[in-house]
Design a protein around this ligand. Structure first.
Ligand code: HPA
Length: 248
């Protein structure tokens, strides 16, 4: 089954007809909230709000292990993870939807693996390509069908947060090859791989990152949220097409 993880700006899916909610207990503690089960365009999907339904859990305190374990325990096989990002690339204007194909992990002190219990053999999982090819193909088809402009490719730099970046940090990410920066892609992507889930980030550009374009001196929070709110209209429409293409 397809699961959608909603990020900042996406604590609910207006086009999801909810059939039931389930609180899942996990060996890793509490997930961000109950899992919602329902239908989009007549197809069953699962939804969870990564930051909680009241948007109260900051990126560094999200229990990524519990969230993904919960999805997997309810037979999710594919996960689309929606994440707000700042743009480091002039081709990615605020409001753009983008599907990155790579990431760089700058996070620290997050519970980032399931493979660390004494009964587990040391495992070095392949992570050359962090995102699912299957979901990328489905999203590409959905973008064509819906005529929603979704940019394909890009490197997602994942930072610890919850503060935004300094201009010098953004320059460093750019030098490292990043095209966008956000706070939630890791360890989520790696944990999904450890569980054998097909996983893909749908990034929503909420602002130019610190020091980029007009944001030379500061980033205005209100503008960021206003941009995200507008973009979520597109995201909901796009996800509906993704659900349809997933079942085609
Ligand atoms: N930096 C880091 N994370 C973000 C940003 C940003 O500019 N915008 C949204 N998430």
């Amino acid at each position: 089954m397809l699961a959608i993880l909603g990020g900042t700006g996406l604590t609910n899916l207006a086009n999801l007809t909810i059939t039931h909610r389930q609180v899942i207990r996990t060996p890793y503690g509490e997930p961000s909230g109950a899992l919602l089960f329902g239908n989009i365009a007549g197809h069953e999907v699962m939804f969870m709000a990564r930051h909680g339904y009241g948007h109260t859990i900051p990126p560094h305190l999200v229990n990524y292990r519990a969230n993904l374990w919960a999805l997997s325990s309810q037979k999710a096989t594919h996960v689309i993870s929606v994440s707000a990002v700042g743009s480091i690339d002039s081709n990615l204007a605020p409001g753009t939807l983008v599907i990155p194909d790579q990431l760089i992990d700058y996070t620290s002190n997050r519970e980032h693996t399931y493979f660390d219990t004494p009964d587990h053999r040391v495992t070095h999982m392949d992570f050359t390509e962090p995102f699912s090819h299957v979901l990328r193909a489905i999203c590409t088809a959905a973008a064509k069908k819906s005529s929603i402009d979704v940019k394909l490719g890009g490197v997602y730099a994942v930072t610890q947060g919850p503060r935004l970046d300094t201009a010098a940090e953004v320059k460093r990410y750019q030098g490292d090859g990043a095209s966008m920066v956000g706070m939630t892609g890791m360890p989520e992507a790696a944990l999904a791989r450890e569980l054998g889930l097909e996983y893909l980030t749908l990034a929503v550009v909420s602002n130019y990152a610190a020091g980029c374009a007009g944001n030379l001196h500061r980033i205005e929070g209100q503008e960021v949220y206003a941009t995200l709110e507008r973009a979520m209209y597109l995201v909901r429409g796009f996800l509906e097409q993704v659900v349809i293409c997933f079942h085609d």
